[in-house]
Design a protein. Sequence first.
Length: 183
Amino acid sequence: MNPILLYGSRYGSARRYAEELGRQLAVTPLPFSQAPALSSYGTIVYLGSLYAGGVLGLAKTFRRVSLRPGQRLILVTVGLANPAHGETRAHIRAGLKGQLSQDLLDQAKIFHLRGGIDYSQLSLAHRAMMGMLHQKLKRTAPEALTEDDRALLATYGKKVDFVDLRALAPVLAEVQKGGTSQK
């Protein structure tokens, strides 16, 4: 049974990952707004961009969903911050707790990928949020800045692309073989 591949993407990084994963799986990815009933799929793969601590479309998509026996949920977050840092993963995990039931969260295989940002493409609201964050970080003592904080300061206002389609390999393995996740 083919998996269903859903994504939530505003500026394109999660969509790019979803399209590549879809190509590798021979499955057409769908935006979360077009999600059909999920009960008939054995594996549900959701790739979602991170915005202000949440994953775009995740809560809406899984509001009334509970997994039936044998059904799997693979969740892939896509964000600007480096998920190799433990504090980044902890922050993402805290955001997920506010969007998914504990039961779904406990059953999900979770992966984290890096996205990108093009300040010229941001909505006015997102540009304002990033501007406030930038101002806050500029006032922070240098020794208190994280690596991600320093990267944001260095790239503020520019186009930055950390998308690495090769990073989908563990996600693909999980979909195909039931591999391990990075929780």
